[in-house]
Design a protein around this ligand. Structure first.
Ligand code: B3K
Ligand code: ZN
Length: 892
């Protein structure tokens, strides 16, 4: 276990390494009770090291038993070096030397799932960010790039497949039914990209011919039982390889690309050079066991990890403060890939939905940090939505500012200039400036300032001058250690519609005028700015932030009729959806106020019924419309978004009012919902493509509305769908529809489907995880007892992160009304789980904590109980650095 002390690492203290490692030669002897790791490292003093830095060698190492260390062939006496819990220090070494270390590790006991560990029947590794130091002593930092050779020895029957990075160079047999394999990676890499896998694995094989005509062997390794779930990931991989050649000119560089599926994994997947390791939930799929959503996720993650080969591996990060450099950029790349594969508008809506519930909430909480943080205690805590999703938005803004050609020129130059190097976010931005001639000085604040900018926009139409003045005021709330913010540069993509809903050609004072454009980017750069639109003959309705052109909050005092006009006529998918969300928010806000006043009157503005009615009409009459877009237009803002928007969250009001409005709409539009359901229902064979995914999405969205009416005929409909479904999307949607309704009438069906689902799928662990998560995420005040009983289910395993996420995580993150019960039971439950997981798996423990970190958003009574839960965690002995950082910052 790492030390708990809250030692803070600062970017300003960065120093180049005193030594570099030209060659890394590793040998692993894998046994059931231990693993012996021998390393031979060829060191040289770094010419870029500070001249005054002494020749002291400080290697990182964690939880290692050092058996032997030799320098240039001479075994060192223990008195000539120091071993601490986190390092091996040799006080004086020559300018160049070879160091050999032998260490003993215990992968079979490693439940942290960092370093080398056992996932059920196989060995595997996770080294990013600092797991390699749990394997052997090393300069475990991303700016030390080395060539690697790896020899693996293991039992031949238990581990017939032995994998590492690069190309396999040799293999042979050993005594006692053991065997060995050697691998050599021709590309220098930092230790975080090292990987090893050993297991009884089978592979699905294919190949891809690159743009220069090289044939690359593609392999997906799985346990035999999962061989029928690899085809989709394989075809996604090939699409991603082609897309990266076409869109970014990036060709794959090795002759082999391998993916391995493992069941115990802390996150989604890892981009190790030539040997990606995936959480099985992010790679294995077939129509019987996986939902459309899982397919989409797999397509995106396979692409993401593949794209890292250039944005991350060939060009890597100098230090972990630069994490956004590879993650934000790669998320942007995978988002564009997904947009090209499916519906661009719907993808954007989903990205925005996620960003502004989860990332905006992070920005408003105690862990808020900039896209390029200044400090951390535990870097694993910084694999955040801010680094990933906001980081991607910051790249997107640059791509939009430069335009496609210049941006491509910029990325080409970036990859060419920094190939094989470890660089900084500044190197990226400078490259973009260089190719475009733009001055991105003010833009850089997006990297340095945390927090979500808020834009207050007002519009003033002046009839006498035919002008429309938009006044934009920006602000950004203080975040920890950043009380004052300078104005951001905010690209505000804007249009104007006339009262008939037609686009107006735009002419703005001070902006270059393109006589044909009905869409332009306003450059918001000051605390307050006016933009004057000329030659506007009638009061217009502004369309603001088209395509969500910047990651900001925006308020404009739209009337409900204006929102209806935007919903009907606006061409940008995001803006149309945003208008529908705004309209729903106005209606929900009114109902929440009434709920809080205990008012019996629940007046629903009929315009929302009309708006939903016209979406349903479009679904029935316009076969060309994107059904996924329509499904999104039928979704009310989520409970978490409603919570994000309020200063003091009223969990109960949000939950009950939203449920009330769902039922109200279902009741008013029942026959239309049913008609859409019937129009979208199909007994055709399952196909995964954008149209079919959209059809099922719309069908299951309307099914949920019908389910809340609590009528026997709809229970029959749901049961029918469950029984006749030929795919997991439809059967799990049916189950979810009954789970979302807690009425007595539906209880017997609910029990029947829950039990039947488990019986059918009990041997498919990924489906069992869905079964857990559907039940635990169900939004209901008294769900905790159910969650606790599921923790006692034989399929639950607290050491398996997927199970933890699907039970504990699903409840605490997705069921606000259950988690925030006024008796404090949810907080106590989470604290107990975090305390247990702190020892087992600190990264998972720390991630689970998120809902407790939001304490300042709640009323004093809840805050007090949340604080008590956090304090109890803080007082736990042997607190990991991961948990300590999050808890101590939350209590500040
Ligand atoms: N780079 C890895 C994340 C590693 C996280 C370690 N705690 C996966 C990814 O973003 O592609
Ligand atoms: Zn990534």
């Amino acid at each position: 276990m790492r030390e708990a002390q809250g030692k803070t690492i600062y970017l300003k203290d960065y120093q180049p390494p005193v030594f570099i490692i030209d060659e890394t030669h590793l040998c692993f002897q894998l046994y059931e009770d231990k693993t012996l790791v021998s390393s031979r490292l060829v060191f040289r003093r770094n010419p870029q090291a500070n001249a005054g830095a002494p020749n002291e060698l400080v290697l990182d190492g964690n939880d290692l038993a050092l058996e032997k260390v030799s320098l240039d062939g001479n075994v060192l006496d223990p008195s000539s070096y120091t071993v601490t819990q986190e390092s091996l220090v040799i006080p004086q070494v020559p300018d160049s030397f070879t160091l050999e270390c032998e260490t003993r590790i215990m992968p079979q006991d490693n439940t942290s799932l960092e370093g080398l560990y056992k996932s059920r029947v196989m060995f595997c590794t996770q080294c990013e960010p600092e797991g390699f130091r749990k394997i052997t002593y090393y300069l475990d930092r991303p700016d030390v790039l080395s060539s690697f050779t790896t020899r693996i020895e293991a039992d031949k029957n238990l581990y017939p497949v032995l994998l590492s990075n690069g190309n396999k160079t040799d293999s042979g047999d050993l005594a006692e039914d053991r065997h060995w394999v050697t691998w050599e990676d021709p590309f220098k890499k930092p230790s975080y990209l090292f990987a090893l896998v050993a297991g009884n694995l089978k592979s699905v094989d294919d190949n891809f011919t690159t743009c220069s005509g090289r044939k690359v062997h593609l392999q997906i390794f799985v346990e035999e039982k999962d061989l029928d779930k690899c085809d989709f990931a394989m075809s996604s991989l090939k699409k991603a390889m082609k897309w990266d050649e076409d869109v970014y000119g990036r060709e794959y560089d090795l002759d082999i690309f391998m993916i391995v599926a493992v069941d115990d994994f802390n996150m989604g997947a890892m981009e190790n050079k030539g040997l990606n390791i995936f959480n099985s939930s992010c790679v294995l799929a077939n129509p019987a066991t996986s939902t459309d959503q899982a397919f989409q996720r797999i397509e995106g993650i396979v692409a993401h990890e593949y794209f890292h080969n250039w944005s991350g591996n060939r060009v890597t990060c100098r230090d972990w403060f630069q994490l956004r450099l590879k993650e934000g950029f790669t998320v942007y790349r995978d988002a564009e890939f997904s947009a090209d594969m499916g519906s661009r508008a719907v993808n954007r809506i989903e990205e925005v939905g996620f960003l502004r519930t989860v990332q905006f909430a992070e920005d408003a909480g105690p862990m808020a940090h900039s896209v390029r943080p200044e400090s951390y205690m535990e870097i694993s805590n910084f694999y955040t939505v801010t680094i990933y999703e906001k980081g991607a938005e910051v790249v997107r803004m640059q791509a939009n500012l430069l335009g496609p050609e210049k941006f491509r020129q910029g990325t080409d130059l970036y990859f060419e200039r920094f190939d094989g190097k470890a660089v900084t976010t500044e190197d990226f931005v400078k490259t973009m400036e260089e190719v475009s001639g733009l001055d991105l000085d003010q833009f850089r604040r997006w990297y340095f300032q945390a927090g979500t900018p808020m834009l207050e926009v007002t519009g003033d139409y002046q009839e006498e001058t035919n002008s429309f003045v938009l006044t934009v005021t920006q602000s950004c709330k203080p975040t920890p250690s950043q009380p004052l913010k300078e104005p951001f540069y905010i690209p505000l993509r804007t249009g104007l519609l006339n009262p008939a809903g037609e686009s107006i050609v735009l002419e703005v004072e001070g902006h270059e005028h393109d006589p044909a454009t009905d869409d332009l980017v306003l450059h918001v750069s000051e605390a307050q700015q006016d933009f004057v639109f000329k030659n506007v003959s009638e009061r217009p309705v502004p369309v603001l932030l088209r395509g969500f052109s910047a990651p900001v909050k925006l308020h404009y005092p739209y009337s409900r009729d204006e929102l209806m006009l935007l919903m009907q006529h606006e061409k940008d998918g995001y803006a149309r959806w945003e208008a529908s969300q705004q309209l729903s928010l106005l209606v929900l806000d009114e109902l929440i106020v009434a709920y809080q006043k205990n008012s019996r009157e629940k007046n629903v503005d009929e315009r929302i019924v009309a708006a939903f009615d016209s979406v349903l009409d479009a679904a029935l009459t316009d076969s060309a419309t994107d059904k996924a877009m329509l499904a999104n237009l039928l979704l009310l803002p989520s409970e978490s978004y409603l919570a994000e928007l309020t200063d003091v969250v009223d969990v109960d009001a949000i939950h009950f009012v939203r449920e009330f409005l769902r039922r109200y709409l279902a009741d008013k539009l029942e026959s239309k919902f049913l008609a859409v359901y019937e129009a979208c229902n199909s007994a055709e064979e399952y196909v995964f493509n954008a149209n079919e995914v959209a059809r099922r999405y719309l069908k299951n969205t309307v099914l949920n509305y019908l389910a809340c009416l609590d009528k026997p005929e709809y229970w029959a409909l749901i049961k029918g769908q469950y029984q006749s479904a030929n795919n997991m999307t439809d059967s799990s949607a049916a189950l979810r529809a009954v789970l979302n309704n807690s009425s007595e009438q539906s209880k017997s069906l609910r029990d029947e489907l829950i039990n039947g689902f488990y019986e059918t799928w009990k041997d498919e662990s990924l489906v069992v995880e869905q079964w857990f998560s559907m039940q635990c995420a169900t939004s209901s005040p008294d769900n905790l007892v159910n969650v606790k009983s599921l923790m006692a289910h034989p399929a639950f395993d607290i050491k398996n992160p997927n199970k933890v996420r699907s039970v504990i995580g699903a409840f605490c993150h997705n069921n606000a009304v259950g988690f925030h019960q006024l008796d404090g039971s949810g907080y106590k439950f989470l604290a107990d789980q975090v305390i247990a997981l702190n020892i087992i798996n600190p990264q998972i423990a720390s991630r689970l904590l998120t809902p407790l970190t939001r304490l300042k958003k709640y009323d004093p009574q809840r805050q007090e109980m949340m604080r008590a839960a956090l304090k109890r965690i803080l007082d736990t002995p042997q607190l990991s650095r991961d948990v300590f950082e999050v808890v101590s910052k939350s209590l500040q």
